[in-house]
Ligand binder design. Structure first.
Ligand SMILES: NC(=O)c1ccc[n+]([C@@H]2O[C@H](COP(=O)([O-])OP(=O)(O)OC[C@H]3O[C@@H](n4cnc5c(N)ncnc54)[C@H](O)[C@@H]3O)[C@@H](O)[C@H]2O)c1
Length: 324
């Protein structure tokens, strides 16, 4: 046995080796199979003259009896003070190892892994939860993650029209122009209530702290996908949206981390059992996804180290193994 070569995979190569169709299929297999997923670590970093920063460590590794043995850690720094510096507040790096030998295999751009695996995870959920004839997609938000939502959904549903709404009309307009340049037919949504009512799928990736989507606006048969809120204080949809829907999460951590679930559960509006299952339950067939064309479905994700590991392994096997 020789030492594994340690590779650095740059941003462009990481992105080019995560095409959505293949990534969604790999995530389906990964969520069905599972992996070892310790609770993520949060470390708070004191700062002077600006909000404190956070270091987040997200480890995951293959189960002992899995045929391929990988171990990965995503390292994420969150520096809110970067907004004032004109820099992105979030930076992440992915480190992949052999789980068999512990040897380092590759260092990758964690930002690309995060954004692509996030929208691919939502598209995978939609494979189980959105109507097969869903043609109109409303994207709420126009940032790093939201801008990738249409391409991922196009891999699973026959989307013909994308509507975009953001708190900043200028950002939404910029995203509409960029989608149209990539031949994804898109329009600016100026009236959010009307856009929600006109859509088969609603996917939100914002930093909102109070509900933007109202349950009373959502028509029958719609699938609602909430990507943004990751703390108990953040909300993207109101209580009615959850109460009306058959609800699912990416992992059980969402029940304790996401305000869209924590708040209605704490207030007693719905019990934890209102959430019918996780993406692992859906992917392994333990729980049924959409049952009727009329029901409203709801998917809340907070992100999973499993999805990071699946994506990093995919990049490694396509890029690094070929180099050897
Ligand atoms: N679930 C996951 O796995 C996962 C993964 C990555 C990011 N996220 C979350 O997705 C969200 C978006 O991340 P990003 O990297 O695209 O951020 P970003 O800063 O690039 O974009 C944020 C978008 O939200 C909009 N926005 C800000 N405040 C708003 C408000 N009050 N109401 C409506 N829109 C508002 C902004 O205009 C912007 O378009 C964040 O909350 C992030 O933590 C989730």
């Amino acid at each position: 046995m020789t030492d594994a070569e340690f590779r650095f995979v740059d941003t462009e190569t990481t992105a080019a080796n995560l095409p959505y169709g293949a990534l969604i299929d790999a995530l389906e297999a990964g969520f069905s199979q599972g992996c070892v997923l310790p609770v993520r670590h949060h470390h708070y970093i004191e700062k002077t003259g600006e909000p404190n920063a956070t270091l987040l460590l997200m480890p995951a590794w293959s189960k002992p009896d899995d045929a391929s043995q990988f171990l990965g850690v995503k390292l994420v720094t969150i520096v809110p003070g970067n907004t004032a510096r004109g820099l992105s507040g979030l930076t992440s790096t992915y480190m992949l190892y052999s789980a068999e030998t512990g040897q380092q295999l590759a260092l990758m751009d964690g930002n690309v892994i995060t954004s692509r695996r996030t929208v691919a995870t939502s598209a995978l959920a939609a494979r189980f939860l959105a109507r097969k004839d869903a043609r109109t997609l409303l994207v709420i938000g126009a940032g790093r993650v939201a801008s990738l939502i249409p391409e991922a959904y196009l891999a699973v549903r026959p989307i013909e029209k994308v509507l975009v709404w953001d708190i900043s009309t200028e950002s939404a307009d910029r995203l509409v122009r960029s989608l149209n340049e990539r031949n994804i037919a898109s329009e600016l949504a100026t009236d959010l209530e009307h856009a929600v009512d006109a859509s088969d799928i609603i996917s939100a990736a914002t930093l909102a702290t109070s509900p933007i989507i109202k349950g009373t606006w959502i028509r029958k048969g719609t699938h609602v996908d909430l990507i943004g809120g990751f703390t108990p204080k953040m909300r993207e949809a109101d209580d009615a949206a959850l109460a009306l829907a058959r609800a699912f999460v990416d992992t059980k951590e969402a029940l304790h981390e996401a305000g869209d679930l924590v708040q209605p559960i704490e207030s007693g509006l719905v019990a934890e059992g209102h959430v019918l299952g996780t993406l692992s339950d859906l992917a392994s067939g333990r729980v049924n996804g959409r049952i009727t064309s009329d029901e409203i479905t709801y998917f809340k994700a907070v992100g999973s180290g499993l999805a990071d590991l699946v994506a990093a392994r995919m990049v490694y096997e396509q890029v690094c193994v070929k180099w050897q």
